[in-house]
Design a protein around this ligand. Structure first.
Ligand SMILES: [Zn+2]
Ligand SMILES: [Zn+2]
Length: 399
């Protein structure tokens, strides 16, 4: 892009944001008012698709066989890079949009619409803009399955931004496996003939003790936390069945590859000691760590500066696992955070939910729309910028 093209883009950007904002407010507030749980987001997905179609995107509903996923493409008609914005729109049970995914999805579809609008002023640009609707972030993490099914293999870079109490850089999230241990014993009267029983709960408790001993030998990034989801039916019956569920997390998948067999051995030792039989399974999708692409982040930070947002805070520390992690293993990705409230509010609360339709949220939305769209334009118009982003990704994944 020449300097004069950049100037005219800045002017067009403001006008395009004001033009789009009423439709984006409607989308955001409609999804806020109709919260739907993971994989049930039929109204939300339909609302996104309708809006994108109305602006010239061609939309594939039920993408990759997932009923509430979608893929919307705006193609310049000239072969070039494919840049994706990832939209989430699932709500939390009983709380509605306590994680503000109504606004997250609105920012992603909005950034797609904005980039497409700006491309009108750059008639020679090649490539395509893709908005991918990714269901069930809070539960099954559809991005895991979508990544497995190749959704991001032909994407040159993926962008999204999550609502938060302030602006934060994109950071890391933890790799995670969800392990279920099911112990099978033998029931007996706990007072009359305990010697005839095999205590599945004992096996379960010994598993916790062994895992607690294992912690001493784990690196500080490791998190292992579990519950006893079933531990017997009555105090006078030796439990013939018990189940423990664990999340095992680490900064890298590589660490988990070594750690998971050791955690399983803890359960095997519990089962062996009690004489119970053990079944091991993964009861939820496995998440990979999120690796931020710094070259992509640098472009985004510079563009947020153009939107008047400077001094963006370092990445948030101390949170769990994101299904965007699996995307970041397939293509360069950033997952920064943008401000939707005037005072710090924790996510997954009613107050945070209500902040997602506040005027502060719409200020944040406008800034982040510009930051995301300008970053996409950089990658479409500056081959060197895209090369840097891709090169960093290839380096991260060659080891
Ligand atoms: Zn959440
Ligand atoms: Zn969230």
């Amino acid at each position: 892009m020449t300097e004069s093209e950049k100037d005219s883009i800045q002017i067009a950007l403001k006008a395009a944001i004001s033009r789009l904002l009423p439709e984006l407010r409607t989308l955001n507030e409609y999804i806020y008012a109709h919260p739907e749980g993971g994989n049930e987001e039929r109204l939300a997905a339909a609302a996104h698709c309708t809006l994108l179609e109305a602006h010239g995107f061609s939309v594939e509903r039920a993408y990759l066989g997932l009923e509430t996923a979608f893929r919307a493409v705006f193609d310049t008609g000239r072969p070039g890079p494919a840049l994706a914005f990832l939209a989430e729109y699932d709500a939390l049970p009983g709380l509605g949009h306590g994680c503000a995914h109504n606004l997250l999805g609105t920012a992603s579809s909005g950034a797609g619409l904005l980039t497409a609008a700006l491309l009108a002023g750059l008639p020679d640009t090649a490539g395509s803009i893709v908005v991918i609707g990714t269901p069930a972030e809070e539960t099954d993490g559809a991005k895991v399955l979508m990544a497995e099914r190749g959704a991001f293999d032909a994407i040159d870079a993926a962008l999204m931004a999550h609502p938060a109490e302030d602006y934060f850089r994109s950071g890391q999230s933890l790799a995670m496996d969800a392990l279920a241990f099911r112990f099978y014993g033998k029931a007996a009267h706990a007072a009359a003939c305990p010697e005839e029983g095999i205590n599945a709960l004992d096996a379960c408790i010994q598993t916790f003790n062994a895992i607690n001993a294992l912690r001493q030998h784990c690196t500080p990034d490791v998190r292992i936390h579990g519950i006893i989801s079933q531990g017997g039916l009555a105090a006078n019956i030796i439990p013939d069945f018990a189940e423990a569920r664990f999340y095992v997390r680490a900064a890298r998948r590589k660490t988990l590859r070594e750690l998971i067999p050791r955690v399983i051995r803890c359960a095997e030792s519990g089962a062996l000691a009690a004489g119970a039989r053990l079944e091991v399974s993964n009861y939820e999708a496995s998440y990979d760590e999120l690796q931020t692409n710094q070259a992509l982040q640098d472009l985004y930070l510079a563009n947020m500066g153009r939107m008047g947002i400077v001094g963006i805070q370092e990445a948030k520390k101390g949170f769990g696992s994101l299904d965007a992690g699996n995307v970041s293993q397939k293509c360069p990705l950033i997952h920064p955070w943008f401000r939707i409230c005037d005072q710090p509010l924790p996510a997954h609360t009613e107050a945070f939910r209500d902040a997602s339709i506040s005027e502060t949220a719409y200020e944040g939305l406008q800034a982040v729309l510009g930051g995301l769209a300008l970053t996409a334009l950089d990658l479409l118009t500056d081959a060197e910028a895209l090369r840097k982003v891709r090169e960093e990704f290839e380096q991260q994944h060659s080891v």
